[in-house]
Design a protein around this ligand. Structure first.
Ligand code: NAG
Ligand code: NAG
Ligand code: NAG
Ligand code: NAG
Ligand code: ZN
Length: 381
């Protein structure tokens, strides 16, 4: 029973957190989520981006010193458990995070809607089969064997129960031993009937094939046994699925058990998936759960993930899109992931240029979360 404490601290009136009137961020090169634009001015008003390059009418002026302004980063796979974790994500410029598993709806809801902190998109309890590795995790976190998916005939009802509290998406686990293909298919179909996206864990090649065949929307992780073949990568692309490789945790796991887990295979999969045109989404699997799989720190790991994706063959621009516009598009978060008029003012101001060297994301001068500036931005690290 680890994930049960609540985080219902009083949050200040949202309006009181905004700076007075309009803020102009001058002299910044803008990464709009797609490409890097020449130096200009971005104006934000309350929680919204007002304009780019139009006028300088504002109450407050901030000199960007020729730095790069980006959409706030999205960590599309994380396991924050308390407000300290949310603050760490925010400090490092992560303005949206997908909470990849909820064991207590009350606890997960207590992590949502904190003005001035990272915005949380929450998943369901993971669908895991009795006897699987993840069954132990579900039982440990939740203390309840009844939450496991016993067989395909109960899969549809399992989804109905899992979405009852209103998670934003459904989390499945493909593994062997684990859910069979029929159960995965039914879980996916029923989730879609509820209008929920399906994110499926798969960290071995066989499970990857199963997840793709089931028609899930995103596959989480990359195999640590053998790389995804060009054929499988094309199949994933043709089904419109996206992949969140979570190289941070794949590397941590393979470092912890060298010889049995192959990080080179993980990198090779990223190359094959990119080659096949599969959209790649940035996620870290950040978690501080001791003794479970491997711990990955919040916030700082998103910057490590960007570097690992570049090492695995993405260009800096592709890695930055994976953490902004591509992720927002996949998750249906059409109000963010780009810098454009009318979008949420989720912004990160860097002093360096990550298009020259991806490690320049580690020069965070300022962070805004829906227009609220975070006072503890990490700076250069
Ligand atoms: C911004 O907030 C102020 C104060 O609440 C309000 O008067 C103004 O209309 C808001 N602007 C927009 C564009 O919503
Ligand atoms: C959040 O959890 C971490 C351990 O995971 C702990 O160190 C920290 O003190 C906790 N913060 C709060 C506010 O409970
Ligand atoms: C599936 O599991 C349920 C719940 O444990 C059980 O009642 C049912 O008999 C099982 N069905 C099959 C076909 O094994
Ligand atoms: C790890 O994977 C790479 C890429 O597929 C392969 O070339 C290498 O032989 C593998 N190493 C081991 C120890 O299996
Ligand atoms: Zn995870």
């Amino acid at each position: 029973m680890m994930a049960t404490e609540d985080n219902n601290f009083p949050s200040a009136q949202r309006d009181a957190l905004f700076a007075e009137g309009k803020i102009a961020i001058n002299n910044v090169r803008v990464f709009d989520g797609h490409q890097l634009l020449p130096a200009t001015t971005v104006i934000i008003e309350n929680d919204t981006i007002k304009s780019i390059g139009l006028g300088t009418d504002a109450n407050t002026h901030i000199d960007g010193n020729g730095g790069v302004l980006l959409p706030g980063f999205i960590d599309a796979h994380a396991h924050p458990r308390n407000v300290t974790d949310l603050q760490d994500l925010s400090r490092y410029g992560v303005t949206t995070a997908m909470l990849m598993a909820c064991f207590s709806s009350q606890h997960c809801q207590s992590l949502k809607d904190h003005a001035g902190l990272v915005d949380i998109v929450a998943g369901s309890v993971p669908a895991a089969a009795p006897g699987s590795t993840h069954a132990k995790i579900v039982v440990m976190m939740d203390g309840n064997e009844d939450r496991l998916v016993k067989n395909a005939s109960v899969a549809s009802q399992w989804v109905d129960d899992a979405v009852a509290w209103g998670p934003d998406f459904v989390k499945l686990i493909a593994d062997s031993p684990g859910l069979d293909q029929q159960a995965l298919n039914i879980l996916t179909k029923r989730s879609h009937e509820h209008g929920k996206r399906v994110a499926c864990h798969a960290s071995a090649l066989e499970a990857y094939t199963q997840a793709s065949s089931a028609g899930v929307d995103s596959i989480q992780h990359v195999p640590l046994d053998k790389p995804v073949s060009p054929d499988l990568a094309r199949h994933i692309a043709s089904r419109g699925q996206v992949v969140t490789p979570t190289l941070s945790i794949m590397r941590a796991i393979s470092d912890a058990s060298p010889g049995t887990r192959n990080y080179t295979a993980a990198e090779e999969s990223v190359k094959q998936l990119k080659e096949a045109g599969v959209p790649i989404v940035a996620g870290t699997d950040a978690n501080l759960v001791q003794g479970l799989v491997a711990t990955v720190p919040f916030g700082i790991s998103l910057h490590e993930e960007l570097r690992l994706m570049v090492d695995a063959g993405l260009s800096p621009a592709e890695a930055l899109r994976a953490a902004t516009s591509v992720s927002a598009q996949h998750w249906g978060l059409y109000d963010r992931g780009v810098i454009a008029p009318g979008k949420r003012a989720d912004l990160v101001l860097l002093s360096g240029n990550p298009f020259e060297d991806i490690s320049a994301t580690k020069t965070i001068q300022r962070v805004w979360l829906a227009g609220v500036e975070f006072s503890g931005a990490i700076g250069t690290f």
